[in-house]
Design a protein around this ligand. Structure first.
Ligand code: BGC
Length: 366
């Protein structure tokens, strides 16, 4: 209780400091939007835009950091970008500091979808627009929009790709498989798992797939903090406990880092390469796919998500209503406008086509 009170107090102080700071520099930064006649709800075209990333532990977040820096500058804004090393308190403080520094929009990839309510409420109270980036922000009214790739859809593609890979590489079955989920605090992780299970469960029920360990609940399969080392340790345990006398044919992996951890573990146990899907089209995994190891990944181009986020920021800057969202999602508190982009499965077969407009990834395919 006392820690909640302390947090509330700290957030309140930040909000007051932020309000003071904004009114103190209103004559300077505010002048552009006043001069352009865009109305009271817009803001200066060179305003500070805060970007709060959860960590830089997977390639997508590192790419977002670079792209936001260049694209926000190109659009005339002043980017203020921070990553929080997967520590919730650090992310809360970084958001509070962004408000104090006069950010007009704060874009947040939350570490824990449910733990930012008071920091974001203070931001909202100070007139800051809040955009959830790649992950939903839950249990708060203080969110204006979310941009992401469909998270249940991503899971469906992962599940389907695992099935396709098994049929292609491992014959008719039945197939022995294991299931992995992402970090349980990340609102994407249960959705990825749910989407995948919507495809896999019927095949488990009819006996085509056998989860030899019997671990099929998200909580049993989740990987705390999306930590590849923890996934590898779980895979080692699953293999030594259940597969000393049988092959493992496939594994559901929630992202590329975990996919590679699974492949490393399987090789260490002397197993033939199992069919493993992934997510993010990370450099090492694209190479692994090209070399016939990892079976697939799901590509969700960071440049498209950053571009969509910049569209929203540009609308807010002008004081305009952004384009209609793809859907509204109940975040436990309000119906949040969600702008959802479509992810794409990549295998060795279609990689050149999918990466035709991504020179860095295309260059890996040789
Ligand atoms: C993102 C993935 C990423 C994972 C771990 C998820 O929320 O959607 O792209 O691999 O977090 O960082």
């Amino acid at each position: 209780m006392s820690s909640i009170n302390r947090r509330t107090f700290a957030a309140g102080t930040a909000a007051i400091a932020g309000t003071f700071l904004m009114s103190a520099c209103g004559g300077g930064r505010g002048s552009t939007s006043e001069g352009s006649g865009d109305g009271a709800s817009g803001f200066a075209a060179d305003s500070v835009i805060g970007i709060s990333l959860p960590w830089l532990g997977t390639q997508n977040w590192a790419e977002a950091q670079t792209l936001f820096e260049t694209d926000l500058k190109k659009a005339g804004f002043s980017p203020l970008i921070q990553a929080a090393d997967n520590k919730v308190a650090q992310q809360q403080q970084q958001i509070e500091a962004m408000v104090e520094q006069g950010a007009k929009v704060i874009v947040v990839g939350p570490i824990d979808g449910t733990q930012l309510g008071s920091a974001l409420q203070s931001a909202h109270d100070a007139g800051v627009k809040v955009i959830g980036y790649d992950r939903l922000i839950e249990n708060t009214k203080a969110v204006d929009a979310v941009v992401q790739f469909g998270s249940v859809r991503t899971g469906e593609l992962q599940g389907q790709s695992l099935l396709d890979g098994l049929a292609e590489r491992k014959g008719a079955g039945p197939h022995n498989i294991e299931l992995f989920g992402g970090g349980p605090a990340d609102p994407n992780a249960p959705n990825f798992f749910k989407g995948a299970m919507s495809v896999l469960q019927p095949k488990i029920d009819d006996g085509t797939l056998v989860v030899v360990s019997g671990e099929t609940d998200f909580q049993q399969c989740a990987t705390p903090d999306w930590d590849n080392g923890k996934a590898q340790a779980r895979m080692d345990t699953l293999l030594s406990g259940n597969y000393s006398d049988k092959p493992i044919h496939g594994v559901l992996a929630p992202n590329d880092g975990i996919a590679r951890a699974i492949l490393t573990s399987a090789a260490g146990a002397g197993q033939e390469v199992p069919v493993v899907d992934g997510l993010d089209a990370e450099t090492e995994s694209v190479t692994s796919i090209w070399e016939g190891q990892q079976y697939s990944t799901v590509y969700k181009p960071t440049k498209d998500l950053v571009a969509k986020t910049l569209e929203l920021i540009a609308a807010y800057q002008k004081g305009e209503e952004p384009a209609a969202p793809t859907e509204k999602v109940d975040n436990g508190s309000i119906e949040v406008p969600v702008y959802a982009l479509d992810p794409v499965v990549v295998t060795k077969e279609n990689a050149k086509e999918v990466f035709a407009d991504d020179p860095d990834r295309l260059a890996l395919l040789k």
